[in-house]
Write a protein that binds this ligand. Structure first.
Ligand code: 13P
Length: 257
């Protein structure tokens, strides 16, 4: 069981405009009125719903994060959103380098590194997403692949800065497929990622950074994943779009804390 505070984060992906988001948050608030201080809860709606979610959750213990950002401050970058805009909107976290962004929007390790630095300059905690495809795992290349992603993401950061980051291990083959990594597979990779952090930043930082698991996490499998030593929470897609299942996930994490 992890000694780090669990973080349960919902990545809504491209779901939930302002009205739908309000409905989902209403549902969540009615199902889950009180929270313990022992876990952190986060929702990451689409950009257009962020301000509404921040206002809506103002007096609750649920924090709001974005799903992406751009690494320039402002200017002629049509369609992009900067870190300072996210900070102004009330975001505390931002997902960076989600596999869907890497795959469909051509995000490179270099862009992801720049985004991480920009988020941190605005005191927004980046949730750095890493994870291999099935083919890579089948060829036994998953550790090297994730190691390369981690090293590129943290390039230029020191051990104090790294404390203000979160990692999400999301094996691509488990995202939206209903196939979850086994608790053993998750623990094995999380322990490996922590070793990598230790090599880069030393023991103290490696021991403090939270590593979330993502990929078909739901109430039915959450406990066995969250009780792994190096699993410090979940980044949840599909199951975060139902107030009931997201509330259940929060309760499971609370009961483990
Ligand atoms: P699912 O929980 O739908 O598999 O999505 C995981 C994910 O990509 C969260 O970022």
């Amino acid at each position: 069981m992890s000694t780090r505070q669990l973080l349960i984060a919902g990545n809504w992906k491209m779901n939930g405009g302002p009205y739908e988001a309000a409905e989902l948050l209403d549902g969540l608030k009615s199902l889950k009125k009180n929270f313990t201080d022992d876990i952190d809860v986060l929702v990451c709606p689409p950009f257009v719903s962020l301000s509404m979610a921040v206002k809506y959750l103002h007096s609750s213990d649920i924090q709001v994060g974005a799903q992406n950002l751009y690494y320039e401050d402002n200017g002629a970058f049509t369609g992009e959103i900067s870190a300072s805009m996210l900070a102004e909107s009330g975001c505390n976290y931002v997902l960076v380098g989600h596999s869907e962004r890497r795959e469909y929007f051509g995000e490179t390790d270099d862009m992801i590194n720049k985004k991480i630095k920009k988020a941190m300059a605005e005191r927004i905690v980046p949730i750095i997403c890493v994870g291999e495809k099935l083919e890579t795992r089948k060829n036994d290349g998953h550790f090297k692949f994730v190691s390369d992603q981690i090293r590129a993401a943290y390039n230029g950061l020191d051990s104090v800065q790294a404390l203000d980051t979160v990692i999400a291990y999301e094996p691509v083959w488990a995202i939206g497929t209903g196939v979850t990594a086994t608790p053993e597979q998750a623990q094995e990779m999380h322990a490996f990622i922590r070793q990598e952090l230790e090599a880069l930043f030393g023991n103290d930082t490696a021991g403090a950074v939270r590593i979330l698991y993502g990929g078909s996490m739901k109430p039915e499998n959450a406990e066995e994943l969250l009780t792994q030593e190096d699993v410090d929470g979940g980044l949840i897609g599909g199951a975060s779009l139902s107030a009931k299942s997201f509330a259940e996930l929060i309760v499971i994490a609370e009961n483990l804390s």
